[in-house]
Design a protein around this ligand. Structure first.
Ligand code: IMP
Length: 179
């Protein structure tokens, strides 16, 4: 059992629960993509830990690429999404599965979805570890969800607050967010 970081109010999802759920997601994805070779498209940097565990739980043949978007500063979404790093390869005619750490308002992924659609992939789906579905501001279809979570600021397992806490093995609620 991991100990609670002093800056956190509590552990929301312990690491063993994450492990079990990520394994199940990997199996579901492997089954759904059998006979195809999907590109797992990680959204940096938050996807980092989730992607590496999910990838190892997928038995279907697949490839990996990354994109880096930015819309958050501290605990606030700026609402303006910027692409900092684009894909290396063309996705035309390919099956693309976006891998994200958390969907909140949905603005970031709606931007990415619309951007990727113009590149004509064969299919485009979304997999997120965490879903704050009550916070959605735009309609977004998310096919694979690890956990539905409350509207609180979460860190750990790749999620940060000002680049801190990504290395925590669990997902926890930050005590107090300074603005
Ligand atoms: P959205 O555009 O509001 O859906 O925000 C998505 C992005 O905001 C995610 O990829 C995260 O980088 C960040 N984000 C949203 N909620 C949280 C949180 O609770 N903790 C850490 N990052 C978050």
């Amino acid at each position: 059992m991991s100990s609670l970081h002093p800056d956190l109010e509590k552990i929301l999802i312990p690491s063993d629960q994450i492990r079990t759920r990520v394994q199940a997601l990997g199996q579901e994805i492997s089954k759904d993509y059998q006979g195809r070779v999907p590109i797992l498209l990680g959204v940096l940097k938050g996807c980092l830990v989730f992607m590496s565990d999910l990838l190892r739980s997928i038995t279907a043949e697949c490839s990996v690429d990354f994109i880096c978007l930015s819309s958050y500063s501290g605990d606030r979404s700026s609402g303006v999404v910027r692409m900092i790093l684009d894909l290396k390869e063309s996705i035309e005619g390919k099956d693309v599965l976006i891998v994200e750490d958390i969907v909140d308002t949905g603005l970031t992924l709606a931007y990415l979805r619309d951007n990727l659609r113009t590149r004509q992939p064969r299919s485009l789906e979304i997999c997120t570890l965490l879903d704050k579905s009550d916070c959605r501001k735009v309609s977004l279809s998310v096919k694979y969800v690890g956990f539905k979570v409350p509207n609180q600021f979460l860190v750990g397992y790749g999620l940060d607050y000002n680049e801190q806490y990504r290395n925590l093995p669990y997902v926890g609620i930050l005590k107090r967010v300074l603005n």
